[in-house]
Design a protein around this ligand. Structure first.
Ligand code: NCD
Ligand code: ZN
Length: 343
């Protein structure tokens, strides 16, 4: 059995920098035509000039003959100005500005400390129609890690959608039923990406029988009822839910240690794993909308014209892949996948 889809895009991706880009971008470029590239480098990508230079580094790391377009983002800090927003919009290469609450996740220490201080900048983004991409988790030490997304909805997303009713927002990597409900209640301006790992697993995968660091990402995997809500949303055919892998490679030693960092690497088999999820939910006919149509529609970009084909044919995921000078352990390492990209 085979399925052919309009070539998909990845609306949330980490490519890192330097040598590491080369090791991971080929996996994405084989499967996806475009990807929204996250700006959480060290130092973060905060200006259009930095994003253009980063884009050039990505393009030169691509394998020959690959036809892949990185869509760039800026990292919002307390110091972002309306002038920079206007420059970004004019450049046509910046497709969104990413809001990381300070300290929420990997490389987010330069993130926003108080969103209200950025209201003038958000006004400009709304006027220019430049989407706000949100890592929606509070960082207060007194909020339980499993509740950080739903608390962010009440404390920050409700006010934001009330105060900026025409600002396009992407609620990134949603992980809870509350997030699904919020996106539905704000359809039209709010879209959401859903990752492979949050559809495939719940927190048991990470914690039962031993701590498994390769399932640790942020927002953290939640309980099974949330996983079911995400599967239902992704396979619903509703256009506000679309594909974003949040593939976030880290060197093996940085994850397999006493304080392992957050991020799952999924670029090696992303569309294949989504196919598996949709097949299991009896919704393969809805994969194309989720993977290839709703994202570009939300961002106001043309849909792709070429296609990819997946064959139902088992293959084994390697234990690890090259990652710069290191190795990265992919999601599903050593396990098998039922769908294979036809090359
Ligand atoms: C991401 C990373 O490693 O850059 N990690 C993650 O767990 N998702 C950052 C992010 O998107 O939160
Ligand atoms: Zn991410």
């Amino acid at each position: 059995m085979q399925i052919t889809l309009i070539r998909p895009d990845d609306w949330h991706l980490h490519l890192r920098d330097d040598e590491a880009i080369k090791s991971v971008v080929a996996h994405t470029a084989e499967r996806f035509a475009r990807a929204i590239v996250m700006p959480n480098l060290k130092p973060p990508v905060t200006t259009t000039a930095m994003a253009m230079a980063y884009r050039d580094r990505i393009l030169s790391a691509l394998p020959h003959n690959s036809d892949f377009t990185p869509l760039m983002t800026l990292y919002m800090t307390d110091r972002l100005t309306s002038d920079e927003v206007i420059v970004a919009k004019k450049s046509q290469i910046i497709k969104g500005i990413k809001l990381y609450p300070a300290g929420a996740t990997t490389h987010s220490d330069a993130g926003v400390t108080d969103i209200r201080k950025l209201y003038p900048v958000l006004e400009t983004m709304q006027r220019e129609g430049l989407p706000l991409l949100i890592h929606a988790e509070v960082t207060d030490p007194d909020v339980d890690i499993f509740d950080r997304e739903q608390v962010f909805i009440d404390r920050h997303l409700r006010p934001l959608t009330r105060d900026f009713p025409a600002l396009p927002m992407v609620f990134e990597h949603i992980t809870t039923r509350q997030a699904v409900d919020f996106v539905r209640a704000n359809e039209g301006t709010v879209g959401a990406t859903i990752t492979v790992q949050h559809l495939l697993y719940n927190r048991n995968a990470m914690l039962v029988g031993g701590i498994r660091p390769h399932y640790y990402c942020l927002p953290i995997l939640k309980r099974e009822s949330h996983q079911s809500a995400l599967i239902e949303a992704a396979t619903s055919g509703e256009s506000h839910f679309f594909l974003g892998t949040d593939s976030a490679p880290h060197p093996q030693h940085a994850k397999e240690c006493a304080c392992g960092c957050a991020g799952c690497y999924t670029a090696h088999a992303a569309i294949e794993l989504y196919a598996e999820i949709f097949e299991r939910a009896n919704a393969l006919d809805r994969l194309e909308g989720f993977a290839s149509l709703f994202g570009p529609d939300f961002y106001g970009l043309p849909r792709n014209r070429d296609t990819i084909t997946l064959a139902k044919k088992k293959w084994s995921i390697p234990e690890s892949y090259q990652f710069g000078q290191d190795r990265v352990v992919p999601l599903g390492s050593g396990e098998s996948v039922n769908w294979q990209l036809v090359r």
